[in-house]
Design a protein around this ligand. Structure first.
Ligand code: FAD
Length: 409
């Protein structure tokens, strides 16, 4: 059961041993990246994941900033075509087509995970295919005692929760109440091989009642089609029904075409409320949460891979700099500010009728169209969004007058 990698005992920087023993739970993008970075910084790292290797239900969309983080360490990522067409449809019947001039790749999650974990193992990480169950400290500053599903125990100085939306580590270290203001969305995905060469066209179709969207992401030889809706336990089958209907409409049931029942798989994307970023605990004495476990998903676009990777980097940097407490501050400042703005905008964005108005406006205005495309592809941050819209949409002369008049935007 334990995959003891031959290099697992190696520790780099400490002459008389390791920087410490770290247990990282979850071998998704956050955990695999953190394990790799910590091993490089001299930690002895055990990476737990009972599901490894698996295809997480996910769109697999990698935008420019996620690709650029991955490229720092992973060679030979899939081609990321630029100048794809993005088609947006509102439920009111408005359709908008635009060219996206930023790189956007679609990668099966199984492949991404395999490559990241292999890289971590080469850096000395031990992969342990077990399910984390619980953890407790032996004394205020003593090591963690970690139980897995086999009943075996391990010790660690640092416990990193990168175990996704329903994080068991979060439950163990922060308790259930600290996370009340995380409102999850539910996502349902269908993977299929397109019958012909993959289309260059990506699609987003907005839904009303409930407000959400369906996406189509064509990759190299495969595509993902999925739906994202606010999570509502009373409507467990709604996402499935809506997605199934869409697939039938597009003729994409089964693997390629035909009318067989498609295989749909679901997952939860956790998005924290705007206020959460001021108080939600993501770190404590000897523990830290990353990626989905820390609620780091954009509630508007569903983007999470970039945040998972970046949170892992911020933790590694804080630890390497000898200031572990900096992690919370850096996440709040760099990622939390943006995500809390997204949480703020999301209520208006998915308000009935808004996508219709937005697509109409973008259809008649190049500036709005460009900003919308950049926002959906992760190039335009929510920080400064108002200013960018102002600059792109209002002619310079009028802008000057408005600024003179009001003194601000
Ligand atoms: C339907 C859907 C579509 C999405 N599409 C996109 C997209 O196109 N682009 C994008 O950027 N983001 C997308 N996201 C978000 C993205 O999937 C996540 O934000 C990202 O995977 C977070 O990475 P992570 O490493 O934090 O967690 P995860 O990728 O969820 O990895 C967590 C890992 O922890 C393991 N684990 C869980 N519990 C335990 C345990 N007790 N013990 C041991 N291991 C455990 C799991 O097996 C898993 O491998 C989507 C999300 C959903 C739900």
């Amino acid at each position: 059961m334990i995959d003891e990698h031959p290099k697992a005992k190696r520790c780099r920087h400490e002459p008389d041993g390791c920087a410490g023993r770290a247990v990282v739970v979850g071998a998704g993008p956050a955990g695999a990246r953190a394990a790799f970075r910590l091993a490089g910084d001299g930690w002895s790292v055990s990476l737990y994941d009972h599901r490894y290797p698996w295809e997480k239900p996910c769109g697999g969309g990698l935008n420019e900033r996620a690709l650029s983080l991955l490229r720092q360490t992973l060679p030979r990522l899939p081609r990321a075509p630029v100048n794809r067409r993005l088609r947006l449809d509102s439920s009111g019947g408005t359709c908008l087509e635009m060219e996206i001039d930023t790189p956007f790749a679609v990668m099966p999650r199984l492949e991404l995970q395999r490559r990241m974990v292999e890289q971590a193992r080469e850096a000395g990480v031990s992969l342990i295919r077990r399910r984390f169950r619980s953890a407790r400290r032996t004394g205020a500053n003593g090591p963690w005692l970690i139980d897995d599903h086999t009943g075996e125990q391990a010790e660690a100085d640092l416990l990193v929760g990168a175990d996704g939306a329903l994080s068991a580590v979060r439950q163990a270290v922060a308790g259930p109440d600290a996370w009340r203001d995380v409102r999850p969305a539910v996502g349902m995905v269908h993977f299929f091989s397109p019958p012909t060469r993959p289309a260059r066209e990506m699609r987003l179709v907005f839904t009303d009642h409930p407000s959400g969207y369906i996406w189509e992401f064509p990759g190299e030889g495969f595509a993902t089609v999925g739906i994202s809706l606010p999570f509502d336990p009373r409507e467990g089958t709604l996402a499935r029904t809506l997605l199934h209907r869409y697939l039938v409409q597009r003729g994409w049931t089964g693997n390629g075409s035909g009318n067989s029942v498609p295989r749909l798989r679901g997952a939860i994307a956790p998005s924290a409320a705007a206020e959460h970023w001021q108080r939600g605990p993501i770190q404590g004495n000897g523990w830290a949460l990353l990626g989905d476990a820390a609620g780091l998903v954009d509630p508007l676009t569903g983007e999470g891979i970039y945040y998972a990777l970046r949170s892992a980097d911020l933790l590694a940097e804080a630890l390497a700099g000898g200031e572990p407490g900096r992690y919370t501050r850096d996440v709040r400042r760099e990622l939390g500010t943006e995500l809390s703005l997204a949480a703020h905008y999301v209520k208006r964005f998915f308000h009935a009728g808004f996508p219709d108005e937005m697509l109409n406006l973008a259809g008649s205005h190049n500036g709005v169209r460009r900003v919308l495309g950049d926002l959906l592809c992760g190039r335009q941050s929510y920080i400064g969004l108002k200013q960018t819209l102002f600059r792109s949409c209002i002619p310079a002369g009028l802008r000057y007058l408005l600024l003179k008049l009001t003194g601000r935007w």
